[in-house]
Design a protein around this ligand. Structure first.
Ligand code: NAG
Length: 360
């Protein structure tokens, strides 16, 4: 138990006391005493190093995230941790080994015609679903790139919801569980290979077959997040407004998925096919990330993993980093993205996985 957990337990007690005493906690503002305690954590991180900056990320202060998951039990914070370690080792990718690797690379800039798809920041809301959201996002980017190279560019997003509702092997909680309790990223890529994904945009979008069904949390602290959960697997479009509205013909498939561990293989794979997913141990300080090059410096490192979309890399002040898009809304981090220390890799950033889209 780090001092962070103890502080969090303190905060939770405070919140409960406040609720009991019916202290007028305005819904759009955090109580000053809580703000002070959070500031202590932030100062703890910022006082310890200058490589990255911690700050308020409002989604962390949702009422539920305080009272339920962040009390140091085994239940991971619903918004935060997600996958388990991959169950299987997948095949190695096949790319040209002689391709020179530039010092920096950003898939959004390398494929400007797909920049919107690649740069789209998702919001998983109050649900441990990034085992699905991240692969769907990476695969959408790969499909945009591949279809452009095939002279028939498609810029739609593919559905995380399809994975969440129809991939029974993916769910950590088992076949009948809802999909908001973590899942296996390798199984998600396998599903994309075997069953494909239909189109699916962000919550409320009208132009796709199975858009994300969970509304984003309100941006004000102590707001209530939606507790709606996706229903069972439907082999038809859930959005009836969608003009194509044909589940079967909407499916896009990937080739057999693969797993990479060598950094140069990863870089060459991204340069050839586009973004892929990367997973890393979730740490107490990660949610506080606002800018800079993240490395774990404060609080504890959890056994659970988090998954993001890896879109590139770079170097700043002599520090090599990975550039990834997170799935916590664009209000988090550097406009929804995070740069992670590539040399001092103390959160085990790795488990790189992908699949090459089938284009016809
Ligand atoms: C990000 O959060 C804001 C505020 O809740 C919301 O309006 C927006 O739709 C969210 N973005 C996504 C991709 O859901």
């Amino acid at each position: 138990m780090g001092s962070l957990s103890i502080q969090i337990i303190g905060i939770v007690n405070l919140v409960i006391q406040m609720l009991l005493l019916n202290t007028a906690a305005r819904m759009d503002h955090l109580p000053q005493r809580i703000v002070d305690m959070i500031k202590k954590d932030i100062n703890g991180i910022n006082g310890r190093q200058t490589q990255w900056t911690a700050d308020f990320n409002y989604f962390l202060y949702m009422k539920k995230d305080y009272i339920l998951p962040r009390v140091g039990s085994n239940t991971p914070p619903s918004k935060l941790a997600t996958i388990n370690e991959p169950k299987v080792s997948l095949e190695k990718g096949k790319v040209n080994k002689d391709k020179p690797i530039p010092e920096s690379f950003d898939a959004r800039k390398n494929w400007p015609h797909c920049a919107k798809v690649i740069g789209n920041v998702y919001d998983q809301s109050y649900c441990e679903s990034n085992w699905a959201v991240a692969p769907a996002a990476a695969f959408s980017s790969r499909y945009c790139i591949a279809s452009y190279e095939n002279d028939n560019q498609k810029t739609f997003m593919l559905s995380a919801e399809d994975l969440m509702t129809c991939c029974d092997n993916c769910k950590d909680g088992g076949k009948n569980s809802d999909s908001c309790h973590g899942g296996y990223v390798d199984e998600a890529w396998t599903f994309i290979n075997q069953y494909g994904l239909v189109t699916g945009g962000i919550y409320g979008s009208q132009d796709s077959c199975k858009p994300y069904s969970i509304a984003p949390c309100p941006s004000s602290p102590f707001g209530e997040c939606s507790e709606e959960r996706p229903r069972g697997c439907q082999t038809k479009c859930t959005n009836h407004q969608y003009s194509i509205n044909d589940y079967r013909s909407d499916k896009i498939y990937g080739e057999k998925p693969y797993y990479l561990d060598n950094h140069e293989d990863v870089q060459r794979d991204i340069m050839t096919y586009g973004p892929l997913t990367a997973s890393f141990r979730f740490s107490d300080d990660f949610p506080y990330y606002k800018k800079g090059i993240f490395t774990h410096v404060y609080g504890s490192l959890e056994k659970r993993y988090h998954t993001a979309v890896l879109i590139g890399w770079g170097k700043e002040n002599g520090i090599d980093y990975w550039l990834a898009i997170n799935t916590w809304n664009s209000s988090w981090g550097e406009d929804g993205t995070v740069r992670i220390d590539r040399t001092h890799n103390n959160c085990q950033f790795g488990f790189f996985m992908a699949s090459v889209p089938k284009v016809n």
